[in-house]
Design a protein around this ligand. Structure first.
Ligand code: 5GP
Ligand code: ZN
Length: 115
């Protein structure tokens, strides 16, 4: 738990969120400012600022995030039509919260390339 991290506080339940999934290692919740009908953030409970800070010891955790996102996408009914995963990395990548989070976005056609 990093005291000044909003996502550490959300994972700990100190800041309320709309929970989608939780286990010992992972937490998933709905984005407060959704960019699509389904917009869920999958995070590790452990504070890692960005995916570029992950090391070999985090390989299993990152894999679990991806597989959990797959399960959430299926639960949200996104798989047949298609949807998007996003990992924003650093300032130019559009990262605003520096605690790894995997965006699951879907429920409407999504434009590409991004802005
Ligand atoms: P980033 O831009 O870092 O990839 O994504 C951060 C996301 O976190 C944004 O989509 C933003 O709407 C969401 N967010 C920021 N603060 C909160 C919060 O307090 N609660 C929830 N549920 N989402 C948040
Ligand atoms: Zn954190």
């Amino acid at each position: 738990m990093t005291d000044d991290c909003i996502f550490c506080k959300i994972a700990a339940g100190d800041i309320p969120s709309e929970k989608v999934y939780g286990d010992e290692e992972l937490y998933a919740f709905r984005d407060i400012n959704p960019g699509a009908p389904s917009h869920i953030l999958v995070i590790p409970r452990r504070h890692i600022p960005s995916v570029t800070d992950a090391g070999p010891e985090d390989a299993e955790l990152l894999g679990k995030m991806m597989l959990r996102a797959n399960a959430i996408a299926a639960e949200e009914g996104l798989v047949d039509k298609g949807f998007r995963y996003v990992l924003n990395c650093g300032e130019w990548g559009g990262q605003t919260v520096f605690h790894i989070h995997l965006h699951v976005l879907g429920g409407r056609p999504l434009a590409w390339p991004p802005g």
